[in-house]
Design a protein around this ligand. Structure first.
Ligand SMILES: [Zn+2]
Length: 335
């Protein structure tokens, strides 16, 4: 499997929580571990985002960040993944004085440590800017993505509550990212509508859109997305939990694909959403009777849209060929 949209702080294992809580003297709450998952009656993206407070409180020093990156990579590899891009906002890890830069260095070291003994697998990092943060804090994340671009940092992203401010408030930030030739992802068309996806592409130079399920498939929009080779990172379960979509049937995977818009399937947050890419494909298989060639097609979209070099993409295509039969067997198998 491949996950291009995977938030580090939303994907700590229960063991990570227990270990870091003891080490860092943090109380996990009376209702742990239920309180790490999104509640069944979650009403909005804003409510969903409150689930990140506890994991972030554990990740305020270099050791903890390196530890969870390493743990996540080990779990992905053991679950049969071949590639992942793990994203996090370095600014959320500065509450106890750690610098954004040291958070990035720690994540890189945890990643490299875990990758050392892994064949047929690779992973990279994406640095998130946050919609609700001051421009200078976000600008520093852009600078760090540039500084560490050859050390496993492959892109910048804009995350956080989408309804906070519209995309046109972030043009200086992403003009700078574009000037530095960084890869750009924007969370858009999740809590808000089609117009935010258009702003992300027209104003913020997005190459990939996080979610984007609310894009209206007008002739003009289809042309814009295909001509600019925009890839969409769908995260179905997360969209249902934030009430962005009513059910799996509403995931516009067939519609986007029909018009030649590249769609990928991702988890968003393995723990907060209690999911992974295999489970996401299972939901889509049940709803749309996805065939093996379609699963291969969507995973190939992920390889094509990954921010990695050609040699790694060739390796991933080779690994996908070897693994597609077993992936599909797992997807269609009843749990
Ligand atoms: Zn996300």
């Amino acid at each position: 499997m491949i996950d291009l949209h995977l938030h580090l702080d939303g994907s700590l294992s229960i063991e990570d929580f227990n270990y870091l809580a003891e080490r860092n003297h943090i109380y996990l709450g009376d209702n742990f571990p239920e309180n790490v998952y999104v509640p069944n009656d979650c009403k909005s993206l804003e409510e969903y985002l409150t689930r990140f407070d506890l994991p972030c409180s554990l990740l305020q020093d270099e050791f903890s960040i390196a530890y969870v990156v390493s743990s996540l990579v080990n779990r992905l590899y053991n679950d049969g993944y071949i590639y992942a891009e793990i994203r996090f906002a370095p600014q959320l890890h500065t509450l106890k004085g750690m610098s954004q830069e040291n958070a990035v260095i720690a994540a890189i070291s945890g990643l490299n440590f875990a990758l050392k003994d892994k064949e047929g697998f690779d992973a990279n990092l994406i640095l998130c800017c946050m919609r609700q943060s001051p421009v200078e804090v976000n600008m520093h994340a852009i600078e760090l993505a540039d500084k560490y671009r050859d050390k496993k940092v492959v892109a910048v992203d804009l995350a956080g509550p989408e309804a906070f401010l519209t995309g046109d408030h972030y043009t200086s930030l992403f003009d700078e990212a574009k000037k530095r030739n960084l890869n750009i992802i924007i969370h858009a068309g999740e809590a808000c509508g089609s117009e935010e996806v258009i702003r992300a592409v027209d104003l913020l130079h997005a190459q990939r859109i996080g979610h984007g399920v609310h894009l209206e498939l007008t002739k003009e929009n289809i042309r814009k997305m295909t001509e600019n080779r925009i890839t969409f990172e769908f995260c179905p379960t997360s969209n249902l939990q934030t009430t962005s979509l009513p059910d799996y049937k509403a995931v516009p995977i067939r519609e986007f694909d029909k018009y030649g818009i590249a769609v990928t399937i991702n988890s968003d947050n393995m723990t907060v959403s209690d999911t992974n890419v295999l489970k996401e494909f299972r939901h889509l298989y049940k709803e749309f009777n996805l065939q093996k060639y379609e699963v291969r097609h969507f995973l190939t979209n992920s390889i094509n849209a990954s921010f990695t070099d050609y040699a790694t993409k060739a390796m991933l295509l080779n690994e996908l060929n070897k693994k597609i039969d077993s992936y599909y067997d797992l997807i269609i198998k009843e749990e």
